[in-house]
Design a protein around this ligand. Structure first.
Ligand SMILES: Nc1ncnc2c1ncn2[C@@H]1O[C@H](COP(=O)(O)OP(=O)(O)O)[C@@H](O)[C@H]1O
Ligand SMILES: [Mg+2]
Ligand SMILES: [Zn+2]
Length: 558
């Protein structure tokens, strides 16, 4: 093998060689055939998708001695000079290093001169988003009224950073990511030609991790080939798991509420020296793609992804409710902006994870999302015409004293005394609670899980009552009566005072859509933690220890 990198050696030299961009190349060929050539083009797309190659082919097509032609000959002096990069009339500028105003001024003057040999003078401005604002302003006049012999091709990975007045004067072509099947085929062809022995599986792995970029795929093949043969094991070792896979795994953890897996992943990234700011942005991008996939029928160019990735996105989006996705996106956008302001990126990302995977721990958006999700369930039941079971038949209303909690290990020492259910009496004087569609759908477990959300609702109304409830958990719920477990009898009396019981019932109503009767029991195990925090206590991975301290203890006395 020679030492020229594969990706340079296999640069497409005719429009037909450009993989996966037929929507661009065929349009260009037609306009050349019909003599309708623009003065300014914008080629946008991620790296290694063929922008520069296509710009050079266009230059050849226009300047070929046998042209202008949609099929440049590649053998005439002009074509050869362009291929070799020695043509005086095809000028490539890297805006990353030459995007300043002086560079552009020089270019502008130069552009006025007629081409040296060829028909057209073609400026290929690479990384066009790096042109400075002043640079663009210097460009503007030339792009607005270009000399007859001048054509500009601006290539960029970030079209939104190109000055809008320039954009509006360009004919725009969006280069797509190339499917991994196409890339794998291409790699196989190159390997064969180069006499590189390569497993098909390895090539597929390389193609997939290139995420639509041919250049990266060829570079990886190059690297592996230099080390000997190209096997699946070698490829896997070199590539690790790609960013794409990582994002899918991470989002899976968010979807299933696997706090441990998500936080572990963050720990691993930190250990490997990744920039969590970059990670957070990638997560936001991934969630955005999921959201668009879920809600937009034909997202098209709104999502920058290969077809396989789109299919994976669709499958993953199914695992999220719309509300949860939106909530997750919010959480990570917040994390990003937090990170911009202060210096604890890890904590910001971990907090975002907890907000998403334990909505109960989040006091704002979560209560909304919990409500929406429950509402969605209620609506679903109504739509399917299924009658939710009447609340009363779900479980007989237990007398807290007579029937302690069924959990064997805890039940024996659980309830000691019952305070008189004053609220119940008050409640019963009113009309019986109207048959409630939501009631049959809400069970003890659900109430416990979202109890912190209820407490937060209470806090909004009365800090005193919130403080009083403190770490009170839910002892039982039968669809109608909710029994709160408090530490001291006096607290129980206060909780069931009519005013307070009504406040709690309202909070439950706003979260679950049901209006329960509130009772209280005094806990026999005052030293044990409240129910709401159990979920957090279960995971004692140390990052969570840090996080834990941020929740639950924000009681402020009035
Ligand atoms: N669409 C494509 N078809 C075939 N090869 C490609 C394609 N896109 C990129 N390549 C490979 O990657 C190299 C760099 O491509 P280039 O056109 O410079 O990409 P870009 O300008 O979009 O970053 C090419 O020399 C070629 O080997
Ligand atoms: Mg390029
Ligand atoms: Zn030619």
């Amino acid at each position: 093998m020679t030492s020229i990198a594969l990706y340079r050696r296999y640069r497409p030299q005719s429009f037909e060689d450009v993989l996966g961009q037929e929507h661009v190349t065929e349009t260009l060929q037609t306009s050349i055939r019909e003599g309708r050539i623009g003065h300014a083009y914008l080629f946008s797309g991620s790296r290694g998708t063929g922008k520069t190659s296509t710009a050079r082919i266009l230059a050849k097509a226009l300047n070929c001695e046998k042209g202008p032609t949609p099929n440049p000959c590649n053998v005439c002096d002009t074509c050869v000079a362009i291929t070799e990069g020695s043509s005086l009339d095809v000028i490539e500028i890297d805006a990353a290093s030459h995007g300043g105003v002086d560079d552009v001024r020089e270019l502008r003057e130069n552009a006025l001169l007629a081409p040296a040999i060829a028909r057209k003078k073609i400026y290929i401005v690479d990384e066009a988003h790096m042109v400075s604002t002043q640079g663009w302003n210097a460009f503007l006049k030339t792009v607005e009224e270009p000399p007859e012999h001048v054509i500009f091709v601006f290539a960029t990975t970030e079209p939104h950073r190109v000055l809008p007045t320039i954009l509006s004067r360009c004919q725009r072509f969006d280069f797509r990511r190339i499917s991994s099947a196409t890339i794998a085929e291409h790699l196989a062809r190159v390997a064969k030609e180069e006499g590189i022995e390569a497993d098909e599986g390895a090539l597929q792995l390389i193609a997939r991790s290139a995420e639509g970029g041919v250049r990266d795929a060829l570079s990886t093949l190059d690297q592996l080939a230099a080390a000997g043969s190209v096997t699946v094991q070698d490829a896997a070792r070199l590539l690790g798991s790609s960013t794409g896979d990582l994002m899918f795994e991470f989002a899976d953890a968010l979807a299933t509420g696997d706090t441990g897996a998500a936080v572990q992943r963050i720990a691993q990234l930190v250990e490997e020296g990744h920039d969590l700011r970059v990670f957070a942005r990638q997560v936001v991008e991934h969630l955005r793609a999921l959201l668009l996939t879920k809600h937009v029928a034909e997202p098209g160019d709104l999502i920058d992804a290969t077809d396989e990735t789109r299919a994976r996105l669709a499958a993953q989006a199914d695992g999220f409710s719309g509300a949860k996705l939106l909530h997750a996106l919010r959480a990570f956008v917040d994390a990003m902006s937090e990170m911009r302001q202060q210096a604890a990126p890890r904590l910001s990302v971990e907090l975002a994870v907890v907000r998403v995977t334990m909505p109960e721990a989040d006091d704002s958006a979560a209560s909304a999302i919990a409500r929406i999700e429950r509402l969605e369930r209620v609506l679903e039941v109504q739509r399917s015409g299924e009658q939710p079971p009447p609340a009363a038949t779900k479980a007989p209303a237990p007398e807290p004293v007579a029937k302690p909690e069924p959990t064997p290990s805890k039940s024996t020492k659980r309830a000691k005394t019952t305070t008189k259910p004053a609220a119940e009496k008050a409640e019963e004087k009113k009309a019986p609670p109207e048959p409630n569609t939501a009631a049959g759908l809400v069970d003890l477990e659900m109430v416990r899980r979202s109890w912190p959300v209820v407490l937060e609702e209470v806090r909004q109304k009365s800090r005193k009552l919130h403080a009083l409830l403190g770490d009170a958990g839910v002892q039982s719920f039968d669809g109608r009566v909710i029994t709160v477990e408090v530490r001291f009898a006096i607290h129980g009396d206060m909780v069931t005072e009519q005013k307070n019981a009504a406040l709690i019932a309202d909070a439950v109503q706003s979260v679950f859509g049901i209006s329960p009767v509130v009772r209280a029991v005094v806990s026999a195990r005052a030293e044990e933690p409240a129910e709401g925090l159990d979920a957090i206590d279960d995971t004692s991975a140390d990052p969570l220890d840090v996080l834990k301290s941020g929740f639950g203890d924000d009681i402020v006395e009035e």
